[in-house]
Design a protein around this ligand. Structure first.
Ligand SMILES: *Cc1c(COP(=O)(O)O)cnc(C)c1O
Length: 219
């Protein structure tokens, strides 16, 4: 099932759109099935879970961090992850830079945009994104490679469209600035319910969990 789900999604994705399998709560066995179907990147929300997945899967896939990164987890996280998609403050970027410097790594990262401007949610507000990116871009051991957004959790995925459009606009604007050490390549938006809309609004990286692995017990 999981393997076929992945194959079906991969077949319908337009050229140039990367599929991240959002793997929170999934076992290494389930993830292996997804890899069998053609998954090259998994997205993980929790470091602890990733460590147990890593024991089995090792470097067979790329690991993207898509959860909220706590400062005290950065040291371990930078060793395992190939990209951190959820950077939203100078402080966390500084920590990532410092830890990457210690292990001689340059970490690709995406800036998370709080496109719904929701107080309780993570991500930088749209109007603060440019300032943050300029500040972060001076760090030598990280590389900004684009933006990520979740958008508000809505009843009808069609309602996500304005949030994707807004994030796309920020993406294009920052790309046009040609900032040194910033390479705006990835726009990560869209999940099971909303990825088709996200792609139509310019996403070239989608994070899909439920449609690959089935419903999660936790929600
Ligand atoms: C869980 C998760 C997803 C995938 O959600 P589904 O609705 O299961 O496809 C995408 N992005 C993030 C950040 C997630 O935590």
């Amino acid at each position: 099932m999981i393997k076929e789900n992945v194959q079906r999604i991969l077949k319908e994705l337009p050229e140039g759109v990367e599929l991240v399998a959002a793997a929170k709560t999934r076992s290494p066995g389930e993830i292996l099935e997804a890899i069998d179907g053609g998954i090259k990147i998994i997205g993980e929300n929790y470091l602890q879970e990733t460590l147990s997945v890593f024991k089995v899967i090792e470097r067979r896939v790329k690991y993207h961090f898509i959860g909220h990164l706590q400062k005290n987890k950065v040291k371990k996280a930078v060793k395992i992850f190939d990209m951190i998609e959820t950077v939203d403050s100078l402080e966390i970027a500084e920590k990532i830079d410092k830890r990457c410097n210690q292990i001689g790594k340059i970490m690709p990262l995406l800036i998370e945009i709080n496109s719904g401007r929701e107080k309780q949610k993570f991500g930088v507000f749209p109007e603060m994104a440019e300032r943050l990116i300029k500040d972060i871009s001076s760090f030598k051991n990280i590389k900004i490679m684009g933006l990520m957004t979740m958008g508000p959790r809505l009843g009808n995925p069609i309602e996500s469209r304005p949030y994707f459009i807004e994030t796309r606009k920020i993406f294009e604007r920052i790309k046009a600035l040609n900032l040194p050490r910033v390479e705006m390549r990835y726009l990560s938006m869209g999940m099971t319910n909303s990825y088709k809309i996200a792609i139509s609004e310019g996403a070239n990286m989608v994070r899909i969990g439920t449609k690959i692995f089935g419903e999660r017990d936790d929600d």
